[in-house]
Design a protein around this ligand. Structure first.
Ligand code: FES
Length: 119
């Protein structure tokens, strides 16, 4: 069974293969939303961009980003700026399926000083 390690929460959970990352987090008491989005968010449809997480390792163990997820990230300014320089790492947890071990950072911050941000 795959293990999801939530880095900020220092919590590892075993999940079924093919589980939705957002559902697995919430089921195990890990909050993927911040601030007002704890109440105001879409029901996991990839519309609000508020469930964004950062894959720290195990990229090969999540399915690739779909077109819907990519479009949503680019249309939302928050998602757009958070993704710069780490396009492959930043994912919507509601659109991410886990197939193996991964390390996940919830509530990733803006990458204002990342090596690729200004370059
Ligand atoms: S819950 Fe709205 S985009 Fe994931």
């Amino acid at each position: 069974m795959p293990t999801i390690k939530f880095v900020n929460e220092k919590k590892s959970v075993e999940v079924e293969q093919g589980v939705n990352l957002r559902k697995a987090a919430r089921k195990n008491g890990v909050e993927v939303y911040e601030g007002v989005h704890k109440v105001l968010h879409c029901p996991g449809l990839g519309l609000c961009n508020s469930c964004m997480i950062c894959i720290k390792s195990g990229h090969e163990n999540v399915q690739k980003q779909g077109l819907w997820e990519k479009i949503g990230m680019y249309l939302n300014p928050l998602g757009f700026f958070k993704r710069i320089g780490r396009e492959e790492d930043m994912r919507l947890s509601c659109q991410t399926t886990v197939t193996g071990d991964v390390e996940v950072e919830t509530h990733p911050s803006m990458n204002w000083h990342g090596e690729k941000f200004w370059g």
